[in-house]
Write a protein that binds this ligand. Sequence first.
Ligand SMILES: [Fe+2]
Length: 581
Amino acid sequence: MNILGINVYHPDVSAVLIRDGQLIAALEEERFRRIKHCAGFPGLAIRRCLETGGIDGKQIDAIAVSRNPKANIWRKAAFVLQRRPGRTLLGDRARNLRKFQDLRTPLAEALSIPCRDLPKIHHVEHHPAHLASAFFVSPFEQAAVCAIDGFGDFVSTSLALGTDRRMKILEKICFPHSLGILYTAITQYLGFLNYGDEFKVMGLAPYGRPNYVHRLSKLIRLKPDGLFELDLKYFRHWSHGVEMEWEDGYPRLAQVYSPELERLLGAARTPDEPLTQHHEDMARSLQAVYEECAFHVLNGLWRRTKSPRLCLAGGCAMNSVANGKVRTHTPFKEVYVQPAASDNGTALGAAYFVWHQSLGKPRSFVMHHALWGTSYDDFAIDSVLTESGLANGGFELLRLGTSDETCRATAELLAAGNVVGWFQGRMEWGARALGNRSILADPRRPDMRDLINLKIKFREKFRPFAPSILEEAMRDYFINPSSDAFMQQVYPVRDDKRHVLPAITHVDGSGRLQTVNRNQNPLYYRLIQEFERITGVPVLLNTSFNENEPIVDTPRQALDCFLRTKMDALVIGNMVVARRS
Ligand SMILES: [Fe+2]
């Protein structure tokens, strides 16, 4: 049975194909449309899912959509009656809903079938889809499950207990109260206005001091049983129309905080204003307040479930700093965060929700790695490199015979200080490059971080780079780490190793590590092993293969990114392209 899961008319739209409970493909529309966090309809991602699965649209047996406008309808009605939100808010929601209700036409087009032949469409509420995206692909038979985000289908936080093929919702916190909105409000206050900029504030936070915790704590009240509520006078998402553009292309969200927030904290930063200690302190304080609230929620969940295992999802589950502290700030012993924890992952969750919870099918799949995207064969790679005329343009091209030789040659380039674009196998699912669409470098060089920031990524200097480390070595370099193939948890680098890994050690001595083992990604594992053989260090600096754009999908995009930047070499399949020095 083929189930197509989609996230649609939300940010980070995506499509997932599962067959008899096994994941076949998981793809984000942004990679194909080349628009970060692309909203709208995931038509290209759907087509790539079919191609990857070797089927046509007629062979889809069910469609699972991670949204259900009918969910929480009474709570919505009660909110409108009690709070009487402005016309713009209601108008925006109605416009988005109209678009959503006309799903059959674009679906039939993407599947190349007439509307009348569409299979059954299951509407899975947004938060259960988040919860399912974490629990049903986790290695756990039973676990506490938590989703925290901005909002979806009127809910911002949901707590559940997952057992085998079912999840029982224990509690949910509804609009307008939301930890995601709290983080977004201060992110906007700090002058980061693009959708998804919250991770920049997380990167900035370690530079600051938590001086504003007391003031920021006024924005939120913790309640018994892990619940919370916002002090709504500091926010306007619930009263005025906060414009949202989620219908097509780049998602936008207008200002969610009210003038009262500036009265509390002082004037907001404009995007072109320099970042000062005040902004760093504010970021640090926000992270501290967020963590206190998140652990309050999680401790409440633990008291209800007493499970030692936790699955996390929702945009806030991308807060890898908080994720890394879960095991020390709550009784949970094991944490699983799927790589597409944001709204992209709801396509996965919707598909698995239908398979397990609606159809009652047994569990048979665990997501151990993130390599569920597109791939390109040697012929496709060769064509791009041959057509490019690189050999005549100041580049050396070298074709290596085996992947062992490729790993060896690449490790030598890295150990010699080169920055290498590494394009191999299937593209990653989720926001992070995990060793198949990565830019790699030597983490031992103190200048490497600035070099990549200035010459290749052209991004803010304060943002850290992350390490990939052989799983068996993680305890030699990090304090109390947990295996995490998806780079979703930050841990302190050991004191005696910080000088060994200056390029991936953040200003507070932490690192967001990806652990790599032989089964998850054999080629990447071999590459890191080769680097260790030469340098004695089983760690690489790993950042996403892109330059202010979505991660590259095709060999052509990889080559263009290589040529546009000052990357030293590109290793694509078994081909090495190097700039002649
Ligand atoms: Fe969400």
